[in-house]
Ligand binder design. Structure first.
Ligand code: HEM
Ligand code: 2DC
Length: 469
């Protein structure tokens, strides 16, 4: 018989005590490891309450399927409270990231057409391909200057610039020029603000930001400063595009970018467009750059795999005869590598939904309205779900092993990542260009773990050596 909600195992009775233990364990930065530990202790389902934040946690793909079937017509994930507080504080509109209900859906449907529908990918490819070219040219220059046929570096800063250049090209149809020698201080400030914004979000997931605000705490002030920097920079870019559009200075026939398309479509208000475009710009930097960094790290640790991927890319280049869109359809192992990176190093530690109907998971009754979290990091490393989970094996995504609810790095369904198509295209093109030009090698055998700064990041710098082929 089905067991009641109150019998789900876990520590959910003393929320303040849990917050204290969590804090002592440095839980803010280790949430992913704590989740793995909890699944090991309690099994495939547990309940938890830390501070004001209560949830049921699950780990298996079959349970994820039940969860997403109960997400309803307006899927709602955990609200990141400090992000909401900032918008309210500064009187700024929510974009698609923070909206809910019909308001979310009506905006999302319009954005989908311009950002994630298969028909727009072809528009993004030439823009992103050019950025990929420029990145390679920049690395060539760095190698030349080193006088050693190689360049050893922590690539993260270069990757942040690559990602910002890419997302800006797609959003505004224009190049910022971040891959040139001159470093634009405004762009660098924007990048720093995003990092600070993510970092200062973490403690406020568990302590109400409105309380921290009244206490005049540093973390709230830093958070406000970070978002102010993000919005100011995005406003400048948006104003710029808007002015140019009014002057009608676009080239006929050329894809103008996401923002001009939205403005010309005229189905969202300017304020709504601004809010969502700012979210796309801010969401487009750390996510793809860190995933690429992890991928290069894995390639450096697996030289044979790197050769195999290079062979796939070379063959696809030859067979596609200059048609880059076609080429992207001929690199399944490369796509497997990106899935494998997100399995071991997901950007999001969990996926969450408030369920809109009663469900039964692991034979426990869960009432409608409950926040249910799928432990994405824990699932990716669970040997019940992935045989030999510790191995980086892109080919596991080609074999007919079950992929049922296993590839969830971008989330699921109508509320999945809006930037998914851009992110995938950008990352595939980056890797294609890198593999065609360079060999990636590692320093020593170092195992790098993840740390939670709202998104999961490498706990220490990853130093790689890039060599001419
Ligand atoms: C939402 C992952 C890149 C913008 C999400 C979600 C995940 C995710 C897991 C939540 C989905 C859900 O709840 O089902 C990733 C990963 C990325 C990436 C792994 C890259 C490797 C990007 C980029 C952008 C972006 C490049 C912007 C261009 C967004 C937005 C949402 C979102 C706006 C909220 C969508 C909504 O609520 O309707 N992302 N993301 N992401 N992402 Fe991404
Ligand atoms: C963080 O417990 C851990 O894609 C929390 O591009 C639950 C949670 C809720 C929402 C998740 C967040 C986690 C991680 C970062 C995500 C976010 C939704 C969107 C966001 C996954 C798992 C992200 C990085 C967006 C950010 C866009 C923003 C900068 C404008």
């Amino acid at each position: 018989s089905i067991r009641p909600f109150s019998e789900i195992p876990g520590r959910w009775k003393n929320s303040l005590g849990n917050l204290y233990t969590f804090w002592k364990l440095d839980g803010f930065r280790n949430i992913h490891h704590i989740m793995v530990h909890n699944f090991n202790t309690f099994g495939p389902i547990y309940r938890e309450k830390i501070g004001y934040y209560e949830s049921v946690n699950i780990i298996s793909p079959e349970d994820a399927a039940i969860l997403f079937k109960a997400e309803g017509h307006y899927p709602k994930r955990l609200q990141v409270e400090p992000w909401i507080s900032y918008r309210d504080y500064r009187n700024r509109k929510y974009g698609v990231l923070l909206k809910d209900g019909e308001d979310w859906r009506s905006n999302r449907v319009i954005l989908n057409r311009e950002v994630i529908s298969p028909k727009v990918q072809g528009n993004f490819v030439p823009l992103l391909d050019e950025v990929g070219h420029d990145f390679v040219a920049r690395v060539h220059k760095k190698i030349e200057r080193s006088g050693q046929n190689k360049w050893t570096t922590d690539l993260s800063h270069e990757l942040f610039k690559y990602a910002l250049e890419s997302i800006s090209a797609v959003l505004y149809g224009e190049r910022l020029g971040l891959l040139l020698d001159y470093i634009d201080p405004e762009a660098q400030h924007f990048i720093d603000c995003i990092t600070l914004m993510f970092k200062t979000t973490c403690p406020m997931l568990y302590i109400p930001p409105t309380l921290l605000r009244r206490l005049g705490s540093k973390v709230w002030k830093d958070h406000v400063e970070a978002w102010d920097g993000i919005f100011n920079q995005a406003d400048r870019c948006i104003q710029n595009t808007y002015r140019q559009l009014r002057k009608q200075s676009g080239t006929p026939g050329k894809y103008p970018g996401v923002l001009p398309s939205l403005l010309m479509l005229d189905r969202l208000s300017i304020e709504e467009i601004k809010a969502s475009v700012t979210e796309l710009m801010a969401g487009g930097v750390d996510t793809t750059s860190i995933t690429l960094l992890w991928t290069l790290y894995e390639l450096s640790r697996h030289p044979d795999l790197q050769e195999e991927l290079r062979a796939e890319v070379t063959a696809a280049r030859a067979a596609s005869q200059g048609d880059t869109v076609k080429m992207l359809k001929m690199v399944p192992l490369l796509k497997g590598a990106l899935k494998e990176t997100l399995r071991l190093h997901p950007v999001a530690v969990s996926l969450q939904r408030y369920i809109t109907e009663d469900i039964v998971i692991q034979n426990y009754h869960i009432p409608s309205g409950t926040l249910v979290q799928l432990g994405l990091y824990a699932m990716g490393r669970d040997h019940h779900v992935f045989p030999q989970p510790e191995l980086y094996l892109p080919s596991r995504w080609l074999r007919n092993e079950s992929h049922y609810f296993r590839s969830l790095g971008f989330g699921f369904g109508p509320r999945q990542c809006l930037g998914r198509r851009i992110a995938e295209t950008e990352m595939q093109l980056f890797l294609i260009h890198m593999l065609e030009n360079f060999k990636i090698e590692k320093q020593r055998q170092v195992e790098v773990r993840s740390t939670f700064e709202l998104i999961l990041l490498p706990e220490k710098p990853i130093v790689l050596t890039i060599k001419l082929l």
